[in-house]
Design a protein around this ligand. Structure first.
Ligand code: GRG
Length: 301
């Protein structure tokens, strides 16, 4: 899907590194076999590893060598992301039977174990950050930023607004805030974490954050658009659910044409942030490649 050769090679290399890290360390971190199976099921169900890859790519762009400690933080972020999807799919939330073309965790293991698998992944993410060999200062900054992004001032707050807003029409500003928190906060963390870990001062950190903020919003608008435009087969999950469930989405509030323009604006903001980094002497081609994710195919344009 991604044609940028540098980005493609990076994704290929580090997806392997991340998967290997997860395979080596996840089973040892869980002492109950059924819980372990349920956690591993969702972690290895075919996720793109987008957030950890972005974090590692940002480190590379900032001129910091990627070592095992950074991979451990990136893998922790994937654990946390996986928890959010397991809980999001539960009957009390989105009530989804399919994710990535496979039965959702609660469909396969039952609701109790799915809730516990999510709880386990969330807490283990913080354990993995705490046990890196980074300095206590870096560990504490990484921990605070992740708790803030994922918790009740970030992703959990966004999810609450989403669940409680079903059937009620949110204003555009409220929708933007919801998306920023529910999906954007964890993606913005990739830049915050890279800035905390970075050992060089060669990068203007605020542009990396601007890139990630716009990437996060673009990611959710794209997902909203795909729910309207794509088929169930292509998505690996049920589609057209947002409209059926009267969910607050970009297409429902902004309309299809304006949503596509909003998506393009976010992508342009990402490009602008990268251009500013480029002016400061950083090679940003690797991150440019990640923007190809937002291309709509011919029928969707
Ligand atoms: C349950 C507290 C709690 C939060 C859930 C992120 C989230 C909050 C819900 C997901 C809702 C959703 C489907 C949003 C669309 C964008 C999105 C986060 C898609 C899934 O992320 P990908 O595409 O997943 O990175 P993969 O399958 O690649 O891991």
């Amino acid at each position: 899907m991604i044609e940028n050769v540098e980005t493609q090679a990076f994704i290929q290399k580090y997806t392997k590194v991340l998967n290997q890290f997860l395979k080596e360390h996840l089973p040892d971190s869980v002492t109950n076999l059924s819980l372990s199976e349920s956690m591993q099921y969702s972690v290895f169900a075919g996720g793109k590893r987008l957030r950890p890859l972005l974090l590692l790519a940002m480190l590379q762009v900032s001129g910091t060598a990627i070592d095992t400690n950074s991979v451990q933080v990136a893998a922790a972020l994937e654990l946390l992301h996986t928890y959010s999807l397991i809980h999001d799919d539960l009957p009390a939330m989105d009530n989804d039977d399919l994710r990535r073309g496979l039965p959702t965790n609660h469909k396969k293991y039952g609701e109790a174990l799915a809730i516990l698998a999510g709880d386990g992944l969330l807490t283990l993410a913080f354990e993995w950050i705490a046990t890196t060999k980074f300095s206590p200062k870096v560990v504490s900054q990484l921990t605070y930023a992740l708790a803030h992004a994922a918790g009740p001032a970030g992703m959990v707050a966004g999810q609450a607004t989403d669940v409680l807003g079903e059937g009620k029409q949110l204003s555009f500003m409220q929708l933007k805030q919801l998306h920023k928190q529910k999906t954007g906060a964890l993606i913005t963390y990739t830049a915050q974490a890279a800035n905390i870990i970075a050992t060089t001062s060669s990068i203007n950190q605020k542009y990396l954050v601007t890139f990630a903020e716009n990437f996060g919003l673009a990611f959710q608008i794209y997902d909203d658009l795909e729910d309207v435009l794509s088929s169930e087969k292509a998505m690996g999950k049920a589609v057209h659910k947002d409209a059926e469930e009267h969910k607050n989405t970009y297409p429902s509030i902004r309309g299809l044409t304006q949503s596509k323009k909003d998506l393009m604006q976010c992508v342009m903001n990402c490009r602008e942030a990268l251009n500013k980094l480029q002016h400061n002497g950083n090679s940003t081609n690797l991150l440019q490649g990640f923007l190809e994710y937002f291309q709509l195919n011919e029928e969707e344009k």
